[in-house]
Design a protein around this ligand. Structure first.
Ligand code: GDP
Length: 330
């Protein structure tokens, strides 16, 4: 294991925008070791006053829709405006962190070499809850390091969209136009979460299909309830390849931010997200403590056996174990 720094060294390094120390601080908050957790808490407490100032943008879309190509083009547009951007990838399915870091850096090579950009993939082999905790804390670290725009990309599978929506100010859904099948295969719940639907790969022979799809999605979205933000979901076409629609999209995001800051939704959403974070943490800690309770481990094994063999009802068994758990805590 690499040597840890002092709380002061982490704090000063992050606040000065030192990318190496930022990376080491992210590794620290990802650690499950008790001493690391204590150190991480102190670092987070120190940087808290300078967090919260970024615009957090969640991006999703099925594999192959062009997310990494899009993020690279979008990211270069942002750094071209002299803004600093951090890209975090949420992938609860990733197994090998070494592999995915390499894959991400080659995926977004131009952006990875941009001094105003910082790319960090999700740590591997974690539960959804673990990924959520790490990503939320990584957002804070990146904000403290001066990143003004934070992209949180999901791989578009499982529940990761809901998770990323729950930590973003703005949610972008990337889609593809299919000739004639624009409205097929879309998970309705995900459309409802989107603030903007962007039809990607609107270039070459695909351009006119993409424009037709824009119309079809606009019509379909009329049938959806008005979003809580008070802002109608927008639809546009873009191409990560020729850059078409990228700056228009950035403008839309800024308009959304401006309008939701004015109508109070921006802050309300962040407050709700913080409450959700607190409750998530309570649930996760209780669960961990229950399953890591050494006194209970044996009882858990024998109870599993009696439930499997039908000698005890699952609920009765669970209640008996919970009762013992709470007794060990008093
Ligand atoms: P991801 O799996 O969503 O991250 O998708 P990628 O960014 O890896 O892109 C998948 C494929 O689509 C690659 O072959 C890209 O070159 C291609 N692609 C991405 N964006 C565009 C685009 O805007 N136009 C076209 N024509 N192809 C694109």
């Amino acid at each position: 294991m690499r040597q840890r720094l002092t709380v002061e060294a982490y704090t000063a390094g992050i606040l000065s925008g030192d990318r190496i120390i930022l990376s080491r601080a992210i590794t620290l908050i990802e650690s499950r070791l008790k001493n690391d957790r204590i150190l991480a808490k102190k670092v987070l407490k120190n940087i808290l006053p300078v967090t919260g100032k970024s615009l957090r943008i969640g991006i999703t879309g099925v594999p192959g829709v062009g997310k990494s190509t899009f993020i690279e083009a979008f990211g270069k547009h942002i750094t071209g405006l002299q803004k600093r951007i951090a890209v975090l990838t949420v992938d609860p399915s990733s197994k090998k962190s070494g592999g995915s870091i390499l894959a991400d850096k080659t995926r977004m090579e131009n952006l990875a070499h941009d001094p105003l950009a910082y790319i960090r993939p999700s740590a591997a082999g974690l539960s959804l809850g673990g990924v959520a905790k790490n990503t939320r804390e990584t957002i804070l670290l990146c904000e403290a390091a001066g990143y003004e725009v934070i992209i949180i990309e999901t791989v578009g599978v499982g529940q990761s969209e809901t998770l990323v929506r729950g930590m973003s100010d703005f949610f972008l859904l990337l889609m593809l136009a299919g000739a004639g099948d624009e409205l097929q295969g879309i998970k309705k719940g995900i459309m409802e979460m989107a603030d903007v639907v962007a039809i990607n790969k609107a270039d070459g022979v695909n351009k006119s299909f993409a424009e037709q799809a824009v119309g079809a999605y606009r019509n379909a979205l009329h049938l959806f309830p008005k979003p809580e933000s008070g802002m109608d979901t927008q639809v546009l076409a873009c191409s990560a390849l020729d850059g078409n629609g990228i700056s228009a999209l950035w403008e839309l995001i800024l308009q959304y931010q401006e309008a939701t800051l004015q109508n109070g939704y921006f802050d309300k959403n962040r407050q709700n997200q913080n409450l959700e974070w607190m409750h998530d943490h309570i649930r996760q800690t209780l669960e961990e403590q229950f399953y890591e309770n050494t006194a209970l481990k044996k009882a858990l094994k024998t109870t599993e056996k009696s439930v499997t063999e039908g000698r005890e009802l699952p609920v009765a068994a669970a209640e008996r174990l919970l009762e013992s758990f709470f007794k060990t805590r008093i």
